[in-house]
Design a binder for this molecule. Structure first.
Ligand SMILES: CCCCCCCCCCCCCCCCCCCCCCCCCCCC(=O)SCCNC(=O)CCNC(=O)[C@H](O)C(C)(C)COP(=O)(O)OP(=O)(O)OC[C@H]1O[C@@H](n2cnc3c(N)ncnc32)[C@H](O)[C@@H]1OP(=O)(O)O
Ligand SMILES: NC(=O)C1=CN([C@@H]2O[C@H](COP(=O)(O)OP(=O)(O)OC[C@H]3O[C@@H](n4cnc5c(N)ncnc54)[C@H](OP(=O)(O)O)[C@@H]3O)[C@@H](O)[C@H]2O)C=CC1
Length: 515
């Protein structure tokens, strides 16, 4: 019997960010392995015209939850969606709901955050810092609370090269920033933001670092742990391989590469691609929840959920495998054949951008215009290049994350728990994982039918022919222009033609002799 699964039995669990990528996989695993848990409270806001109930209904009826319904048929009764907006005071939770949360919650998983790299400082602080503080204040009023698990990111200290499982202080106190945002207007905040974030690459990583400091400051009366995942990718094994449902991080770039939009990336081929499967992160979260509640460590422990120091893979290997998978299982209606280049050189990168990205987009838009349609490719391309440039910082560096606490926890688990809540990334076969990942992007994210693969392959063949035709025509035009303008080009041309003529004459003469 799994000790961890048994631990969550009968528990009331509060999850923030349950509608997000990580939150959904966490709920799924909890229901599947501990169907006898009492209730999962989720803090949800209405979104995109959907009520809370519609949002929950959609999640529970998704492919991800198919297995859950077999082991926990009454899953609908065990999930309680509470209206909440984490950017509001007291999260805008009603008095009755707040009372229920305060009196019943046993475990908290705090996943909610804004993960946008370019969010405003005000909003990012509200979500990633102030909301964390407010949640911990709530937590300190929960008599039955056993543990709080805060999800941060391995990149919260990406201004350092070697990162230990400790909380690093930030140059400015989070409280000072929270206070000053109350009276500064938005224009001034945006002006001081670059000075505040110093050597952090973006507001997201900076505010996540502030969030950790808040955890440390508010942890006195609480039992808290912090988990720092690196780049969270599709599922490795559970509930099935390759599940993914948003375009953050690698996902959008994989689509852009598969559709032939993105054919070059400014990335150091040898830099470590520190991806971590989402189910691995979730297994660690559940194990940490159990360990923190049962062993109540004296200080706040930090756990790295990273792959680089245990089972490293680099961008070159990853890129090659992504392309190899697209050969076998291409995406539908590609713009160009998937092909790409990783370069860390500025000049080469700009060259590839102009030749491989911008020029084809402009040509295609001209074609759309000529055929009476609205041009759109340049816009799409600029969006992709903007995204790629935002991720560049992470593609051109490697970090060393120590994993002492994570490994210690692994050794504390029973063999059964090590199997059911496996977070040992050493067992991950990258080639197999990436293939399933790419397949998952096609199936679950783009919702493409596997029956369309032969047609997609045909389409790629047509694109290859167009490519050859285009290159030949381009070569002939350039050559013709050169010949018209340069004596040297004419000489080379006559040399080649006379050489070919002589070669053919010799060949014809020798074959006539044989007859
Ligand atoms: C040497 C030889 C090599 C040979 C082989 C080479 C082969 C290469 C093949 C290439 C194959 C690629 C392989 C994989 C590459 C993997 C790269 C992975 C990089 C990952 C780095 C991640 C670092 C993460 C660090 C921290 C991790 C975390 O803690 S948290 C989560 C990370 N957060 C995010 O990812 C959020 C990032 N997104 C944003 O901040 C914003 O979306 C934005 C700023 C990027 C854009 O904002 P904007 O307002 O302009 O747009 P938005 O409204 O959001 O969207 C507009 C449209 O753009 C689409 N979109 C959004 N994000 C992406 C994306 N990531 N990729 C693609 N497209 C994206 C979005 O859907 C919108 O589309 P429409 O709705 O159609 O308008
Ligand atoms: N994905 C990754 O690569 C990594 C993620 N992390 C961390 O993991 C955690 C989860 O990330 P992930 O699941 O990928 O992110 P998502 O963007 O998928 O999910 C974010 C969640 O936060 C919720 N949320 C945001 N704003 C509010 C708000 N004002 N009120 C209520 N809820 C809100 C979202 O709700 P809604 O659905 O309504 O928008 C959503 O449920 C984050 O803390 C992130 O920093 C760390 C490292 C890497």
């Amino acid at each position: 019997m799994s000790m961890i699964a048994a631990f969550y039995g009968g528990k009331s669990i509060l999850i923030t960010g349950a509608t997000g990528f990580l939150g959904k996989v966490l709920m799924e695993k909890l229901f599947r392995t501990s169907p006898d848990l009492k209730v999962i409270y989720i803090l949800v806001r209405p979104k995109a015209g959907q009520t809370l109930q519609q949002r929950v209904f959609q999640i529970l009826n998704s492919k991800l939850f198919e297995k859950v319904k077999e082991v926990c048929p009454n899953v609908h009764e065990k999930i309680r969606a509470i209206y909440a907006d984490l950017s509001q005071n007291d999260f805008a939770i009603s008095k009755e709901d707040m009372q229920e949360l305060l009196s019943c919650t046993n475990i908290i998983f705090h996943c909610a955050a804004t993960v946008r790299f370019d969010d405003t400082l005000r909003h990012a602080v509200q979500l990633n810092v102030t909301a964390t503080r407010q949640l911990l204040l709530m937590a300190s009023q929960m008599p039955k609370l056993e543990a709080v698990i805060h999800i941060s990111t391995a990149y919260s200290n990406c201004n350092l090269k070697h990162i230990d499982e400790v909380i690093y202080p930030c140059p400015v106190e989070p409280k000072k920033i929270i206070d000053s945002l109350e009276w500064l207007d938005d224009a001034i905040i945006e002006e001081i933001a670059p000075k505040l974030i110093r050597d952090w690459p973006n507001i997201y990583t900076y505010t996540k670092a502030l969030g950790e400091m808040v955890v440390q400051q508010e942890s006195r009366s609480l039992t808290i742990a912090i988990i720092r995942p690196s780049i969270v990718g599709a599922t490795w094994q559970e509930p099935f391989p390759g599940w993914v449902d948003n375009i953050n991080g690698p996902n959008g770039l994989i689509i852009a590469a598969g559709k032939g939009f993105l054919r070059a990336l400014k990335a150091a081929p040898k830099a470590v691609a520190d991806l971590i499967p989402v189910d691995t992160v979730v297994n660690l979260m559940l194990a940490v929840g159990w360990y923190t509640a049962v062993h109540r460590p004296k200080s706040t422990l930090v756990y790295h959920s990273t792959s680089g120091n245990l089972n490293p893979c680099n961008w070159h290997k990853m890129g090659v495998q992504v392309l190899a998978t697209f050969e076998k299982i291409p995406l539908e209606r590609a713009f160009r054949r998937p092909y790409a280049n990783f370069t860390s050189n500025n000049f080469t990168s700009q060259y590839w951008n102009a030749v491989s990205h911008q020029a084809p987009a402009i040509i295609y838009d001209c074609y759309l215009r000529l055929t009476g349609r609205k041009p759109r490719m340049t816009k799409v391309m600029n969006q992709i290049l903007r995204t790629a440039s935002m991720l560049e910082y992470f593609l051109n560096r490697s970090w060393e994350w120590s994993t002492y606490n994570t490994e210690m926890l692994m050794s504390e688990l029973s063999p059964e728990d090590q199997r059911v809540f496996n977070f040992d990334v050493r067992q991950l076969n990258w080639l197999e994982y990436i293939e399933n990942y790419v397949l998952g992007v096609k199936k679950y994210l783009l919702k493409e039918d596997m029956a369309g693969i032969p047609e997609a392959k045909q389409h790629l063949k047509r694109l290859r022919n167009i490519h050859y035709l285009f290159n030949t025509a381009l070569f002939l035009i350039v050559w013709r222009l050169l010949i018209a303008r340069s004596q040297m080009a004419r000489n080379v041309w006559f040399f080649i033609v006379s050489f070919c003529y002589k070669f053919l004459s010799y060949f014809r003469a020798s074959s006539t002799l044989k007859v």
